[in-house]
Write a new protein. Sequence first.
Length: 277
Amino acid sequence: MGDVNTLDERLAASREALCAHLGQRRPRIGLVLGSGLSPLADDIADAACIPYADIPHMNESTVASHVGQFVCGTLAGREVICMQGRLHGYEGNTAHEVAYPIWLLAGLGVTTLIVTNAAGAINAGYGVGDLCIIADHINFTGRNPVAGLGLDTPFECFFSMTDAYDPALREAAHTVAQREGITAHEGVYLGLSGPSFETPAEIRAFRVWGADTVGMSTVEEVVAARHRGLRVLGISLVTNMAAGIEGASPSSDEVLSTAEQSRVGLSRLIQGVIAGL
Ligand code: HPA
């Protein structure tokens, strides 16, 4: 990101470029697709695809399984804008850079954000391929995207993270899951920076802290989204058991192949929720 402009000036320039691609579209629902979940955007009809590289001040996604574009169109009868691939700390992005597209979507008029991710299960009662509706998170990245924005911005910097994951949206997601016969737990997601997977000792510690799942994304985005007052729904696809759980030693191949096999249920769940918004 160019440092000569203020964050607000950079966001305004990015917004202008994005709006030029979107024409009359002004989606109110944003969607972030995690590792191996990019194909979910294929269900979006009348899609306009805008590579991150075409938006000034946006960093590019460097992970192979993350396409790196906005996709705007119709999903389950509603206008949505989707991040087909996100920006991670482990790619070298700062917390501000990870949060930047979320602030951009908020500036565009998005009021509801659905974030998805691939996660390892710490809770031994979860199974590979299950979904977990995020009830709450533990931010173990050691970073916060709101830090350093200054205390005199129009947005309060000391804001509550209680019910950051909207209770009504969680309830709606459970209702859709039950109706569709999809296994969906509800649990606490622990987000860290990666890119190495955790040690079994770390996973044992996280379990004591109350974490049910673990992954390398989401928490900074959700802090950024709550900073702007967006309603958030988070859903994890359990792609593997976390390190040491049932002897597991996670690999990115396992993460991506489970995501490939199990993403249909996630797509149905998301579409069911969106249809009811
Ligand atoms: N750990 C961290 N990130 C992950 C995992 C995991 O086990 N699975 C998918 N993303």
